[in-house]
Design a protein around this ligand. Structure first.
Ligand code: NI
Length: 136
């Protein structure tokens, strides 16, 4: 661990403090470390497409929508080598939530995620990537 000193605008620091309190971080340092990790994780994936990662892909869709459930299954099977597990929750009469755990090279994981979230009728698609150094 190293100690660094940074200069930051009052307004930006107030924003960080607000996030820190809302999320329940025990200290500014812990909040800053997480914010930096979050940002660098995205950069690492972009800089090195072959870098291994594990990721969760979350999305919502209506299973009654014509052909969508079949299209999503097709996309998932196409990327079966990356798919570790999928959790399916029936949120309502038509609405489903799925969380897919993906593992593989960053670019392939991003590609698989894009193939799902760009399907017509898929909403709130979000990929959370944990970069290689933390994958084990
Ligand atoms: Ni369902």
């Amino acid at each position: 661990m190293q100690r660094i000193t940074i200069t930051i605008e009052d307004e930006l620091l107030a924003w960080v403090d607000q996030v820190m309190r809302r999320r329940g971080y025990p200290s500014r340092s812990e909040a800053f470390r997480d914010l930096v990790r979050e940002s660098l994780g995205r950069e690492a994936a972009a800089a090195d497409p072959e870098r291994p990662c594990v990721a969760t892909l979350t999305y919502v869709y209506d299973h009654e929508r014509r052909d969508l459930a079949r299209r999503l299954t097709h996309v998932q099977h196409h990327h079966h080598d990356l798919n570790v597990a999928t959790l399916h929750v029936h949120l309502g009469h038509e609405t489903c939530l799925e969380v897919a755990v993906l593992r593989g090279p960053s670019s392939s994981v991003q590609e698989a995620a894009d193939a799902v979230v760009t399907q017509r009728g898929v909403r709130h698609g979000h990929l959370h990537v944990v970069p290689g150094s933390d994958v084990g």
